[in-house]
Write a protein that binds this ligand. Structure first.
Ligand code: ADP
Ligand code: MG
Length: 602
């Protein structure tokens, strides 16, 4: 949409009260706008970050009661009450978010449901504060410049501003690097962590943003209605509202707006069903989930795209990187060392030093007294039969597992004991034995998550603001990501959803994403598994180029031809123990190795 469309829509929206001269319909419009704000709030936490909350009507209720009590009992102005209500809900939101750091999916749903039940009971029983079952009455309307928004068609301008502010704010999040990280967390938390994303920080902030917005919507509802009662904020309402948002279209702006409209209209339509209303909702929900997984909003946007022959675009597409995007960066120099950027200064020659590391699972020694080194510019093979402990070794080095004994250093710094997101920021990146892409993100977005991992959360939040300096940073990251994809021959896939990337390239995308963190050491867990000969040859060139760029590579691999050709040294593991170590030639002559491993594999 261009500016004029926005302008026309804006003027149209502002003019609505001039045409609707029924208080009843004006009240419904105001209510729909406020509920849309609540839907934007739920989108942040559930739509983007994938954290289910069955307590969002409770946050709405807390916002409503906080604002109502401050205005009625303390005579506070609406605007101050609104601000405090948002802070109160955000604080409670962060407290409720804390368990979300440990709980997932079903368990988080149960925890938030429990919260919703408690809030409902408190609102009904804490009579001194809330008025109990009488509810809270005579909540005044806001004043603007001494003028009370008493009439609903005056109040409309307030609801519209609240709605637009919520729209603007969630849109900023959804387009930002922070929002992209939230979606990465939703898709694959472990992979996000392995790229340096601070999961707890991101989630808690999402809870704070989301619940503050829910609180603002609640405050708006309190002053719109003038009367609030505990029974408007039950766990049942939360579940119903979640269902409405899913029907309307989770994670989409249009979906949030439709959720507002549906919440207001559908009960009117279903009124004739009486006690069967819930059945009506359930049937519609099941039908929508079955036929329209992206909700009504998804259907509408598909139709619009088809009618106008447009390609669906992501927020990342909108980042302008200038004409040099089109130049094939470093393409001609395929094989030249310069095609990979390395984070660490080459002069310090950082090396990974694994010292007598052991890990036992119950009685099983998965890794036992493992020692090895990977220096910069070196490809070290780590081989051994299935179950020898190779993947466990990678998990121990990257902080996914804590060693039972022993230590891991990078240069002179201890990295064992650090969380995976810290380890990768120190310069040790990894890929997984089974590729763990963010399936619903594009290839480019996958790489951008890797690129942003090295930036702290505070920096990412600052970048929510649409200042030119931050835009430029985002454009630079995008340009670097595209260059990286080009150097791995993946550029033509950049706007593909990762879910659509063919198998042979999935591993390369994962390598690109790991390289985006600018590692000093790269750990690859069976990167050639499932690749055809052509792709394996390409991988070999890439591995040599990485080493030439000064990156130290630890290669866990079963494909012996690749290991023998590409490795400077090989470490052989058997039953978690160092069986042998040396150059490919030495290792392949070693009798113990032949017996334990090579002989069997053939
Ligand atoms: P490799 O990658 O060399 O095939 P792994 O490191 O995956 O081997 O596994 C080494 C041993 O540790 C295996 O016996 C495996 O069953 C066991 N193991 C790995 N991870 C776990 C875990 N999280 N809990 C219990 N046992 C594990
Ligand atoms: Mg393994």
């Amino acid at each position: 949409m261009n500016r004029f469309t926005y302008l026309a829509l804006g003027v149209g929206a502002l003019a609505i009260p001039g045409f609707v001269d029924s208080t009843y319909y004006m009240r419904l419009i105001n209510w729909a706008l406020i509920v849309a704000v609540l839907a934007f709030a739920l989108n942040i936490i559930f739509g983007y970050a994938g954290q289910i909350s069955l307590g969002h009507l409770s946050f709405y209720g807390i916002g409503a009661y906080a604002a109502g009590i401050l205005m009625v009992d303390y005579g506070m102005s609406f605007w101050l009450a609104l601000l405090i209500a948002m802070l109160v809900t955000a604080a409670i939101g962060v407290l409720v978010g804390l368990p979300a750091l440990r709980l997932r999916d079903f368990y988080l749903a149960v925890a938030t449901l429990g919260f919703a039940v408690i809030v409902h009971v408190l609102l009904g029983r804490w009579i001194a504060l809330t008025g109990g079952q009488t509810g809270l009455i005579s909540i005044p309307r806001p004043y603007v410049l001494g003028f009370e928004l008493f009439e609903d068609h005056h109040f409309y301008y307030f609801s519209l501003v609240l709605f637009l502010a919520a729209f603007w704010f969630t849109d900023l999040i959804s387009r930002s690097a922070y929002g992209r990280n939230l979606r990465a967390i939703r898709e694959n938390e472990n992979a996000a962590r392995s790229l340096g994303v601070n999961i707890s920080g991101h989630k808690l902030l999402a809870f704070a943003f989301s619940t503050a917005l829910a609180g603002a919507a609640g405050a708006g509802y309190a002053t719109l209605n003038g009367y609030i009662h505990p029974n408007s904020f039950t766990a049942g309402h939360s579940i119903l509202f979640l269902a409405v948002l899913v029907i309307a279209g989770l994670g989409s702006h249009l979906g949030a707006i439709l959720a507002g409209v549906l919440t207001v209209i559908v009960p009117e339509m279903l009124r004739s069903l009486g006690d069967y209303q819930l059945w009506g909702y359930s049937v519609v929900l099941i039908l929508v989930l079955y036929f329209l997984p992206r909700g009504i909003a998804g259907l509408i946007s598909d139709i619009v795209l088809r009618v106008f022959h447009l390609r669906g675009s992501t927020a990342t597409d909108a980042i302008e990187v200038g004409p040099d995007e089109l130049e094939p960066i470093a393409r001609s120099g395929f094989g030249a060392p310069s095609r990979f950027v390395q984070g660490g200064a080459n002069t310090s020659a950082p090396f990974l030093n694994v010292v007598q590391v052991s890990k036992s699972f119950g009685g099983l020694m998965a890794v036992s007294d493992l020692s090895m080194r990977v220096s910069s510019g070196e490809v070290v093979g780590l081989i051994g039969p299935n179950g020898a402990g190779k993947s466990t070794a990678i998990n121990l080095i990257t902080g996914v597992l804590a060693p039972t004994s022993g230590k891991v250093d990078l240069g002179h710094e201890r990295i064992s004991g650090l969380r995976p997101d810290k380890v990768v920021r120190k310069g040790v990146a990894r890929t997984f034995q089974t590729p763990q892409l963010f399936e619903d993100l594009t290839v480019l977005e996958n790489v951008l998550v890797g690129m942003n991992g090295r930036r702290g959360l505070a920096r990412l939040v600052a970048r929510l603001l649409p200042f030119p300096a931050y835009r430029r940073e985002e454009a630079d990251a995008k340009r670097e990501a595209i260059a990286l994809l080009q150097s791995l021959d993946l550029a033509r896939l950049k706007y593909e959803k990762a879910a659509n990337v063919p198998f042979g390239q999935r591993r390369l995308v994962e390598i690109a994403r790991a390289l985006a963190t600018r590692p000093k050491i790269l750990l690859l867990d069976e990167p050639a598994a499932g690749l055809n000969d052509n792709e394996a040859r390409q991988l070999k060139t890439i591995l040599r180029d990485l080493a030439a760029a000064g990156i130290g590579v630890l290669l866990v691999e079963h494909k012996m031809s690749l290991v023998m050709e590409v490795c400077d040294r090989i470490v052989v593991l058997n039953f978690g123990q160092n069986l042998s170590e040396g150059t490919p030639a030495e290792v392949s002559r070693d009798e113990a190795v032949r017996e334990a491993y090579l002989g069997r594999v053939g």
